[in-house]
Design a protein around this ligand. Structure first.
Ligand code: A2P
Length: 270
């Protein structure tokens, strides 16, 4: 396939092995956030929580960015949740995609926000800010998550109430999910917080963990590495602060090759 780049008149030639998929759905939530779904190559497999490299066929050397796959591994399509950055190298164009447009996807998914990177535990905390909720949209619809943990707590901190829309819909969809809905009704807890507007829960989740308010609200004991496990995804500052809190409490960071108490991954930006 050949697409002419109108900006610099160079030709885009699809590299071997890269998937070229069609956009099947786009939903805009705010002027900063949107979701899109693409066709799924039949040979493409991934583990819940992993990310892939996504690009657009609009220039000779496409720009790729890491995107968490925001749907369960059995989904017939692939979903992504994205920020819109006006001058972002990829998202300045990606935010304009429409149904039928083409998206490039590198074939190898990877990532640490996977059940395999955590040792067994009782409660699984999925701590997210902004688009960092995306990998958890996959993890919370994986039956293995409900087999491995008794309670799964998804926290999502955003600046504004409107930015919670994707997570709220995800929560509702999970409770109705044909595969995990029954388990989710008893095991899945959703805890949204807002930092720059009035809302039922206000403040950064890091502060709510430190003050103990999160646990009072959830009626759960304070974090303990003997019992709890964590996944963290969001902005750099959030990852740093949340990781520090867990390390101070004695949690050990895990990876695919060395599973432990918690794992961390940066949410996509730009
Ligand atoms: P705040 O409004 O207090 O900065 P962003 O859109 O900048 O990625 O932020 C998304 C959410 O993450 C915001 O609610 C923001 O709160 C929060 N946040 C940003 N940095 C941190 C941090 N270091 N720890 C906890 N929450 C954070």
């Amino acid at each position: 396939m050949v697409v002419v780049d109108t900006q610099n008149s160079q030709q885009f030639v699809k590299p071997k092995g890269v998937f070229c998929e069609k956009v099947v759905c786009v939903e805009h939530y705010t002027d900063r956030l949107f979701m899109f779904r693409i066709t799924r190559p039949t040979s493409f497999r991934f583990r819940s929580g992993e990310f892939v490299m996504i690009g657009l066929p609009n220039q000779a050397k496409p720009i790729y960015r890491a995107y968490s796959i925001a749907c369960p591994s059995w989904d017939e399509e692939l979903e992504f949740y994205s920020i819109k950055v006006p001058d972002g190298p990829l998202t300045k164009d990606l935010q304009k995609i429409r149904i039928g447009d083409e998206i490039l996807m590198r074939p190898k998914p990877t990532g640490t926000l996977v059940n395999d990177a955590l040792i067994d535990g009782k409660n699984l905390y999925l701590f997210s800010t902004g688009t960092g909720i995306a990998p958890f949209a996959s993890v919370i619809r994986d039956p293995e998550t409900y087999e491995k943990f008794e309670t799964i707590i998804l926290t999502h901190t955003c600046r504004k109430v409107a930015e919670l829309a994707y997570g709220k819909k995800l929560f509702e969809l999970t409770l109705e999910d044909p595969l995990v809905g029954d388990e989710a009704k008893g095991q899945f807890v959703y805890y949204p917080t807002v930092t720059q507007e009035e809302f039922s829960n206000t403040g950064r989740v890091t502060d709510l963990v430190q003050s103990g308010k999160l646990f009072q609200d959830l009626n759960l004991p304070e974090l303990d590495p003997q019992r709890d496990r964590g996944m963290i995804c969001g902005s750099m500052g959030f990852l740093k602060d949340m990781k520090e809190i867990l390390l101070t409490k004695g949690f050990v960071e895990g990876s695919n090759s060395s599973p432990a108490d918690f794992v961390v991954e940066r949410a996509f930006v730009g």
